[in-house]
Structures are given as structure tokens and as C-alpha cells.
Design a protein around this ligand. Structure first.
Ligand code: 1QQ
Ligand code: MG
Length: 614
């Protein structure tokens, strides 16, 4: 029998002081000897995806207590990327992932907790908590706040479903009146929950299902629906059971590193590629794998992208499907089941809720299951009534089982035989870069054009809005990588403004920064190595021709090796000014400089590498 970690502070005469303090938190004599389970909440009033989580930690805690555990709740931070977007605030977004992971480690190790329930939702919170779960390797269950309902509005006489990206694009579109922009703004984000498209938050919450860490429906069941409550209740019950299995029955298969093993990462990546997840998932999966010492790399992602079909297009890749529609079609398990029918899923990995992924698919695939519970869960619909109240409506609709034209397609009707995310390599990105092909019009899968160079996101926004960018250009934004930014900003404003200017299908955008899940178009990010780490992207000059070939998975600048080498030598000779942006005024706080000093390349997940300290 494994010893409870918590016994360090709850057992033995010498721990009388610690027990005295535990008692002051509400523990009784009979509680010493029960597992202490950390309920890691990310409630904050700053983020729509988290405003409704305040009481949900205690909902989980109550279930833990009923099942025989001791629950202790604490909070992590959460940043709203949508509010932080487009200004210096975005520098903090990616680094917050490491702080969240550290917060969980600090609290759990300082107090010797035995297990975790992670209540996450928006962008960096789920990845930060996943990193912590893998780092700590103690039983962990994930449950997120759930997606926001899509906005519904009648604009210019047409009924539309929309989200915040539509409001952003509309705001800078010349043909749209202030009054219409106001309509977009007021209807884009009607409820609590993570923004309604296949953005980063929802992508990551879907991936927790495929990794085996969360219950079916976690990624897609809207925050407002009463059925979502069951996920919180069950998370509390499950974690106590997992504790029992690990600590009392020596069953290490319940530990995060057993669940999220290499095969589970392959499953998660296949899901991601099939659903056209946010490009940020690449960064986060690499970081999570690293924490768990799983040898899963960009090369694996590239390999999987070549034979994983693209089955699902959701906003921003198409306008009319949002997460609520993914759910209606069977959610993550609907997609996993289609992949499984093609033999593309490892069935023999354990999950927190089922003995194996294969067993879970059999139960939760809406097309083949005999379980009424599954059909009912996926019939949960949006209420279409503005609210911040979770679980406050019980609307249902019929399932979408149309695998030809519905929200989830089967293999036969795939959008493409290779997937919605691709890794490109070439002399501009020797360590790779990422593009969400799901959101790229097929007409521009190959593209070549002159580089228009911007040495910051701000300069790019100014250039695009100032009409300096023309159809056919490749907008190249550099020194925005993990080290160079620092913090690898999301470029949602430049990509949205290209659309506002009618250039969405006429230009490419290439950067060592990253994108929001709200980005679509020929937007290529994570170019590695980044400019600040002497990457070739730093050597490109205005007007150099850039060639992009998605089917061939290649990205090149039309320069010979000799020319690149010559420029590299010239750059190196520049001393202090070399490999730094020209004329960029940017205040970088000491906190961000600490992240910049330690971070690694996007190709390594932009995690901190303390081994550099010696
Ligand atoms: C809409 C975009 C969202 C706020 C985001 O930051 C992401 O998806 O990454
Ligand atoms: Mg984001």
C-alpha cells in the first residue's frame, strides 16, 4: 500500500503542530488518515470563462467529502486572452502558463496533498494545470467551466451565429456602421464560458478528454446547461476512487503519466488534427509531454498530420458551427469514434473514467452506443438566453448524426485526407512552424510572395490598417517569439485586420510569435528557431520571396545557403544590436525578463529550461 503523501503532516506525534493547523481549517480527528485532495479552482471575475466557477470548487469539494476524502480548495490565476489581446498585456499570457503550473506544484507539495481536481477553462489554465499534473504525477481529474454559447443576432437582416472574433473583424471593416459594430459587440458573448469557437480554451479542454483526464462532454457541453453539473459531481467522486486505487490498491495505472502516455498523446494529437484545433495546442502538448517525460515531439505531430483526416470545421474555420454544434454531433467522443473506425486510435490506454479508451468510445459514441445516458448528454443545447449562471437551463435538441454534411464528418466525407494542422519545415524554419490548414482556403495552400517585414505586432497592425500591405504580400512579423517578445504574443489583431481589409485570402502571415485560436487564413506561426535565437527568420529582408507549400509541408525563403550564411555573419558582427528588433519601443518588466531568460524555443513548447543555469 502506498503511503498517503499527506501522512507526512497528519501522522506521528511530532506533527501535532501541523495537525493543530489542519484542525483550524476544519479537519476533525477522524479525518486524519483520509486522502487530502486539492481542488484547484481558477475562478476570477476578470474572465468570462471563469466568472461562474466561484461555487463550483465547493460543489466538487462536497462530493469529495461524501465519497470519503478531504477537499481543500485553492485558486490559480487566469488571464482572458481576448481582453489581453493586441497590447502589452498579451506578453503575459503564455508565461502565465508556467506560473499556473508552479502555483499548483507549490501548493500541493507545500501541503503534501494526495491528489488533484483541476477546474480549468481558458487559454493557459488547462495547459498549466496539465503540466502540473504530469509534473506531480499524483491522481488528477480535470473538469473545465465549459464553452460559452454562440452569440445569436440578426445583422443586416440575416440571422447569424457569432463570437468575439466577428466583433473584432467588424470593428475594423470599412463597410460596417458603428451601429452594426455595436450589435456585434453586444451579442458576440452572451453567456459565461470559454469563447464559443474552436479557440484555444475549447481545443485544450477537448484534448483533456482525448488524453483521458476528463469526463466525456468536458470539452463541448456548454457552461449554461444543467447537465454540465454532473461532470463536476462525478469529478469529485472519481478522484476519491482514484486515490483509493493508487494509495490502497497500488494501482499506478491511475496516475497521470500512466494515463497520458505516448499513445494517449498520439490520440490527443489525432483528435486535434481531425478537429482543426488551435495552433496553441501544439505548444501546450509539447510542454505537457515534457513535464511528464513523454518523448512526444513536433516530428510526431508532423507524422500524425500526414494520415489523420480532417473531420470537423468549427469557427473560426467556418462561420456557422460553434462548440455547441460539436457537442450536438457527439463531441470529442464522436470524433474519436470516427477516427477509431479508421483504426487511428489507440484503444488500450486507461482514462480516469473507463478502463480503456476503447471501452469509453464504445459507451460514448453517439452513433453506436446503446447507452441512453450518452445520447442524452449530447442532446444538451444552448438556452439562447444571456446569463452568467452555470447549469441554469435545460434546453435539448436532436442529435446531429449527419456525417456527410454535419458538424462532424466520417472518414469517407472528410474535408481532407490529411489533417487540419500541419508542421512545415524549410530554410526559414529549420525546426518547424505550424499552420492550421483547417482555416486556410484551398486556393492558397501554395503561396509565394514578397516579405513585408514588421519587427513587432504593433508595427504590423499599423502597417495593415495603414494600407501598406497589398494582396500577394507575405506579412512577416518577427522578434515576437518566446524569448524575443518575450512571451510569444498571439497575433489575432493582425490576422483579423487582414480580413477587415479584404486580404484574408490574398496574403500570408508568417511569424515567430503565435496565434489565437480565433485566427484563420494562411497564418503560419511558431517559426523556429525564433529571430531572437538567431533563427533564419531574422535574416529575411524586405522583398525577399517567401514560398509556402502546405501539401509539401514546406516553407522557404528564396535565398541560397551562401547568401543566408553571408547575412548571418553580417548580423553576428552587429554586436549588441544583433538579433534584436530595430526601433521597437517596448517596456518589458523584470517578471517577464525572468521568463525570457529561461524559456526555450516554440519547437520545445516554450517551456523554461533551468538546466541553462548550470
Ligand atoms: C478568440 C480567441 C481567444 C480569446 C484566444 O485567445 C485563443 O483562442 O487563443
Ligand atoms: Mg489565446
Amino acid at each position: 500500500m502506498a503511503k498517503y503523501r499527506s501522512s507526512t503532516t497528519t501522522q506521528g506525534k511530532n506533527m501535532a503542530g501541523a495537525r493543530a493547523l489542519w484542525r483550524a481549517t476544519g479537519m476533525q480527528t477522524e479525518d486524519f488518515g483520509k486522502p487530502i485532495i486539492a481542488v484547484v479552482n481558477s475562478f476570477t471575475q476578470f474572465v468570462p470563462g471563469h466568472v461562474h466557477l466561484k461555487d463550483l470548487g465547493q460543489l466538487v469539494a462536497g462530493e469529495i467529502a461524501k465519497a470519503g476524502g478531504i477537499a481543500k480548495e485553492f485558486n490559480t490565476m487566469a488571464i482572458c486572452d481576448g481582453i489581453a489581446m493586441g497590447h502589452g498585456g498579451m506578453l503575459y499570457s503564455l508565461p502565465s502558463r508556467e506560473l499556473i503550473a508552479d502555483t499548483v506544484e507549490y501548493m500541493v507539495n507545500a501541503h503534501c496533498a494526495d491528489a488533484l481536481v483541476c477546474i480549468s477553462n481558458c487559454d493557459k489554465v488547462t495547459p498549466g494545470m496539465l503540466m502540473a499534473a504530469m509534473r506531480l504525477n499524483i491522481p488528477a481529474v480535470f473538469v473545465s467551466g465549459g464553452p460559452m454559447e454562440a452569440g445569436k443576432a440578426t445583422i443586416a437582416g440575416k440571422a447569424v451565429a457569432l463570437d468575439l472574433v466577428d466583433a473584432m473583424v467588424a470593428a475594423a471593416s470599412p463597410g460596417i456602421s458603428d451601429q452594426q459594430v455595436g450589435e456585434y459587440e453586444r451579442s458576440a458573448c452572451p453567456t459565461c464560458g470559454s469563447c464559443s469557437g474552436m479557440f484555444t480554451a475549447n481545443s485544450m479542454n477537448c484534448l483533456t478528454e482525448a488524453l483521458g483526464f476528463s469526463l466525456p462532454g468536458n470539452g463541448s457541453l456548454v457552461a449554461t446547461h444543467a447537465d454540465r453539473r454532473a461532470l463536476f459531481v462525478e469529478a469529485g467522486q472519481r478522484i476519491v476512487e482514484l486515490c483509493r486505487r493508487f494509495y490502497q490498491q497500488d494501482d499506478a495505472s491511475v496516475l497521470p503519466r500512466s494515463i497520458a502516455n505516448f499513445k494517449a498523446f498520439e490520440n490527443a494529437m489525432r483528435l486535434d488534427i481531425a478537429m482543426g484545433g488551435s495552433t496553441n495546442t501544439v505548444l501546450h502538448l509539447l510542454a505537457v509531454a515534457r513535464e511528464g517525460e513523454v518523448a512526444f515531439s513536433m516530428r510526431d505531430m508532423n507524422r500524425l498530420s500526414l494520415d489523420t483526416p480532417h473531420l470537423c470545421k468549427v469557427a473560426p474555420s467556418v462561420a456557422h458551427f460553434h462548440m455547441e454544434d460539436v457537442h450536438r454531433a457527439g463531441g470529442v467522443f464522436g470524433i474519436l469514434a470516427e477516427l477509431d473506425r479508421g483504426g487511428l486510435i489507440h484503444r488500450d490506454v486507461p482514462t480516469v473514467h473507463s478502463a480503456s479508451m476503447g471501452e469509453a468510445i464504445a459507451r460514448w459514441d453517439v452513433r453506436s452506443t446503446g447507452a441512453e445516458e450518452a445520447k442524452k448528454r449530447y442532446s444538451a443545447a444552448p438556452g439562447n438566453r444571456p446569463t452568467l449562471e452555470p447549469f441554469s437551463q435545460e434546453t435539448r435538441w436532436s442529435l446531429d448524426l449527419d456525417r456527410e454534411n454535419g458538424c462532424i464528418r466520417d472518414l469517407e466525407h472528410a474535408y481532407s485526407k490529411d489533417g487540419g494542422l500541419a508542421v512545415l519545415y524549410g530554410n526559414l524554419a529549420p525546426d518547424g512552424c505550424i499552420v492550421k490548414t483547417a482555416g486556410v482556403d484551398e486556393s492558397i495552400w501554395t503561396f509565394s510572395g514578397p516579405a513585408r517585414i514588421f519587427e513587432s505586432q504593433e508595427a504590423a497592425v499599423e502597417g495593415i490598417l495603414g494600407d501598406q500591405v497589398k494582396a500577394g504580400d507575405v506579412v512577416l512579423i518577427r522578434y515576437e517569439g518566446p524569448k524575443g517578445g518575450p512571451g510569444m504574443q498571439e497575433m489575432l489583431y493582425p490576422t483579423s485586420y487582414l480580413k477587415s481589409k479584404g486580404l484574408g485570402k490574398a496574403c500570408a502571415l508568417v511569424t515567430d510569435g503565435r496565434f489565437s485560436g480565433g485566427t484563420s487564413g494562411l497564418s503560419i506561426g511558431h517559426v523556429s528557431p525564433e529571430a531572437a535565437q538567431k533563427g533564419a527568420i531574422g535574416l529575411v529582408r524586405e522583398g525577399d520571396m517567401i514560398q509556402i507549400d502546405i501539401p509539401a509541408r514546406s516553407i522557404r525563403v528564396e535565398l541560397s545557403e551562401a547568401e543566408l550564411q553571408k547575412r548571418r555573419e553580417q548580423m553576428d558582427a552587429g554586436g549588441d544590436k544583433a538579433w534584436k528588433p530595430v526601433d521597437r519601443q517596448r517596456a518589458v518588466s523584470p517578471a517577464l525578463r525572468a521568463y525570457a531568460a529561461l524559456t526555450t524555443s516554440a519547437a520545445d513548447g516554450a517551456v523554461r529550461d533551468v538546466s541553462q543555469l548550470g
